[in-house]
Ligand binder design. Structure first.
Ligand SMILES: Cc1ncc(COP(=O)(O)O)c(C=O)c1O
Length: 397
């Protein structure tokens, strides 16, 4: 018997080895400090939990319409107006089971055999695999640490081909925390002017930005840009609701219609209870988001200063998300005892086994010579993790 040939298009994550080992160590009682996490470590705010409890008690526990409750899409439309100065009607919005499903359905609605989607690297692990499942081609732009991991207009120009169907911009970025200024986005838009190229704007980290950085949605530049952009966002990161599984896409009719179609034959509506909770997240008080952001900024400052004090480590100082992406390339080729560090997977494995700190190898994000360190954990854990990482790196020669 053979499974589907489609499976051969989908790669197995190179991080599996590291995460499987981390899990095993934890199950053996070893206190691994986990800096590989992709979710806020704060509880979901109380008012949101209350809204979900009311939904259960009021028996609002049945199917909703496929695209999501009108009240939720209204709340999302208001959010897009309030935060991003974007005017969407509720018919231009689809709610899915997490932003990941929104992205997946968007890519399936946009990309088919022969189509190319431009994806800047380092990229979020799942993007290229989604393109492969859609039977399209990923065209990677390798961004540079020196440019703050941002695509330059020249790089974009040379990546565009007659087969380009779209570009995916994750802003702020997972894994680098890099975020584009208004001017940088304008320069990229200029390259796309007059071309029939969609923009997928993954803005899930929009609310987690630092210092004086001001987030601007790429869709908000003009009506023309808005018509070719699909905005992806959700409640997972801003409201610490990763387990509730609510994301959304807002965009042009043909793509939103496609998402609706695909979703109607796969998962149908997102959880009704989570949808009611998400209404409260968007419409209710926003103070908890700010509290979380301030805490993340403190942690970022600490771990950035700490890691860049280690000899030969350079790091882009992130203005968004909750990750650092330090350059560890000067430690490649070194060894300690049985450990020989040839690549970022080896380094992540070494840090896990000898320092009991879990991080994600850069190769998972398409960039060798880096690791991703999440600061979605307490300052106390970050302090301890730093000491352990420093000691382990100093042992390498
Ligand atoms: C860049 C990016 N986009 C989308 C998602 C998916 O978010 P959700 O939990 O809403 O599916 C994540 C989650 O890690 C992410 O990092």
């Amino acid at each position: 018997m053979h499974a589907s040939k489609r499976l051969s298009y989908i790669g197995v994550s190179p991080t599996m080895k590291v995460s499987a080992k981390a899990k095993k160590m934890k199950s053996e009682g070893i206190e691994v400090i986990d800096l590989s996490v992709g979710e806020p470590d704060f509880p979901t705010p109380g008012n949101i939990k209350e809204a979900a409890k009311h939904a259960i008690d009021d028996n609002r526990t049945k199917y909703t319409i496929n695209v999501g409750l009108p009240e939720l899409r209204e709340a999302i439309a208001n959010k897009l107006k309030r935060d991003n100065n974007l005017d969407y009607s509720i018919s231009e919005i689809v709610v899915s089971s997490g932003a990941k499903q929104s992205l997946f359905n968007t890519i399936l609605s946009m990309i088919y055999v022969g189509d190319e989607l431009i994806i800047p690297a380092p990229y979020w692990v799942s993007y290229p695999h989604m393109v492969s499942i859609a039977q399209g081609e990923t065209v990677t732009i390798n961004t540079e640490e020196e440019n703050g991991f941002r695509v330059t207009p020249e790089q974009l120009e040379s990546a565009v081909s007659p087969f380009t169907k779209g570009i995916l911009i994750c802003n702020p970025s997972n894994p680098t925390g890099s975020a584009y200024s208004k001017k940088e986005l304008e320069e990229l838009i200029e390259v796309l002017d007059g071309k029939e190229i969609y923009i997928i704007a993954d803005e899930i980290y929009e609310k987690l930005v630092y210092d004086d950085y001001k987030f601007v949605s790429i869709a908000s530049f003009s009506e023309k840009i808005k018509r070719k952009t699909v905005v992806i966002n959700g409640v997972s990161k801003a409201y610490s609701m990763t387990g509730w599984r609510i994301g959304f896409a807002a965009g042009p009719e043909e793509i939103i219609g496609g998402i609706n179609k695909i979703q109607s034959h796969s998962t149908s509506n997102a959880s009704s209870i989570s949808q009611y909770a998400a209404i409260e997240a968007f419409n209710g008080p926003q103070e908890d988001v700010e509290k979380m952001r301030v805490e993340f900024q403190k942690r970022r400052n600490f771990i950035y200063d700490a890691l860049t004090s280690i000899p030969n480590i350079t790091c882009y100082k992130p203005n968004g998300a909750f990750y650092l992406f330090p350059n560890i390339s000067s430690y490649l080729g070194k060894s300690y005892g049985k450990y020989k560090i040839n690549n970022s997977v080896d380094l992540a494995m070494y840090l896990l086994e000898s320092a009991e700190v879990a991080a994600v190898p850069g190769s998972a994000f398409g960039s060798e010579g880096f690791i991703r360190v999440s600061f979605a954990t307490s300052l106390q854990n970050l302090e301890l993790a730093f000491k352990r990482i420093q000691e382990a790196l100093m042992q390498l020669s």
